[in-house]
Every structure is written in structure tokens, then in C-alpha cells.
Design a protein around this ligand. Sequence first.
Ligand SMILES: Nc1ncnc2c1ncn2[C@@H]1O[C@H](COP(=O)(O)OP(=O)(O)OP(=O)(O)O)[C@@H](O)[C@H]1O
Length: 251
Amino acid sequence: MNILALTHIRRVFADDSKNQVPALKDISLTVDKGEYVAIMGESGAGKTTLLNIIATLDKATSGNIMLNGVDLNKLPEKQTAKFRREHLGFVFQNFNLLDTFNNRDNIFLPLVLAKTKYTVMQQRLQPLAKQLEIGDLLERYPYEISGGQKQRVAAARALITQPDLVLADEPTGALDSHNTEKLLQLFEKVNLQGQTILMVTHSAAAASHSKRTLFIKDGQIYHEIFKGDHSRAEYLQKIMTSLAALTSKER
Ligand SMILES: Nc1ncnc2c1ncn2[C@@H]1O[C@H](COP(=O)(O)OP(=O)(O)OP(=O)(O)O)[C@@H](O)[C@H]1O
């Protein structure tokens, strides 16, 4: 069953001199429930534009987009924030935690906005905090913890609503190798538990934790590869070969 379906999505921006910039030309893709998809491509290929449209932060110029049976083109403007909160989880490169709230309240924020009972919030947090190794950090503030810890708090905030889809934009971009590995292992684990994940990354190593990698070039899907029965090392090799082809001047 697919949770996300994009059909012939185009996004054209008008730049300062009113020139048309076709950021996405004709994107069709589906993501099944329980998939873990990485999106790669050179700078300017259209990855963020694509993520913003899926995140309901931007609207396509044309084409259809369905998320869990909801036509996002028809979602009234007033309902987008609520829809985002209830159906999507976000993990960003720069964490986006609020320094005025402690870590527990940062994690609870989407549930507070959804008027969830405190006991339910606590019940959901307990196993997550254990899995993410942040149990001892909940009373501290974001500015009192490390980057890796911040990203695990942000992951808890994304996962606590049990969203249909987690959207991750360069989630390991600001992390050292140890914390990168830790976060990627966590993503793999929650994906095995059924969480659907879509992750934009510039890192082939990060993409090799996914089950499928999509390559975008000039606003179009250029190629996709599946992990299938390959080992992580073999999958990584395939990703790197595809990336080399993607970035070579002849193509
Ligand atoms: N608001 C905008 N107005 C005009 N052009 C835009 C706008 N946003 C993006 N673009 C253009 O659309 C294209 C795709 O941009 P996008 O940010 O999606 O690329 P990206 O693949 O995410 O790049 P990066 O890896 O550098 O973040 C680029 O040519 C960019 O300059």
C-alpha cells in the first residue's frame, strides 16, 4: 500500500528578473508504507523543493500529490499546519529545537498542540527516550546538550506523534561520524518497526542505510536503486557508482 504518491509534479519558480526556473520538471513516484527512501542529487537538483511540496510547505505548479489518501493540492490553507503536525515528522540538519523549552517540552510540543493527555505523552516518551538514549537529558535545555544529543531529541519529537511519514532533510549534515552512525542506526531500527522515512542526503554512506535510493537531476528522477538482498557495502558501492554517473559531465 502506498502512503505517498506523486504524479507528474512540476514546480516552476519565477526568479527576480521574472525568468521561469523549472525546479521540478515531471516527478512521479510512490512510497510504500514501511519504506525507507533516500533522495540524492547535486546542489540545485530540486531535492528541497520536492521535500517542501511533500511537507505541505509549498504547492506544486501542476501534478497530483496524495499523502495517505489526502489530496494535498486540495488541502485548505487553514488545515495545513494541523495536517503537518498529525501526519508528518520532521528532522532537519540544524535540529530546529526551541531553546526556551526544555528537551521534554520540545518533544511534547506537537502532542501539546494536538491536545494530547499528559499521561499519554509520558507513555509514548518512555520507550522512545530509552531507545534514543536521551532519558537523562529531558530536563535540560537544547543549548545544554551536544549536537548528536540534540538530533536524537529532534528525532524523538518527530517520532512521538507516530507520523505516517518522517521527512528528514540532511539529518546527519551537522553530526560527527559517531553521532551520524548512531542516528542512522536509529532510523534503520524505527523503519524496521514500521516507520516510513524519506531522507534527503548528500552522503552515500547515509543513503546506504535506506532500502531505496532515488537520484534527482535537473528536476527529474534520473535513476533509482534498491538495496534488495545486497549487503550494505554492496549497496553503498552501487550508490557511489550511480552518483559518479550522475555527476559526470557527459550525462
Ligand atoms: N524560491 C525560489 N525562487 C526561484 N528559484 C528557486 C527558488 N527555490 C529554489 N529555486 C531554484 O530551484 C532549483 C532547485 O532548488 P532546490 O533548493 O530544490 O535544490 P536542492 O537539490 O535542494 O539543492 P541543495 O542540495 O543545494 O540544497 C535551483 O535551481 C534553485 O535555484
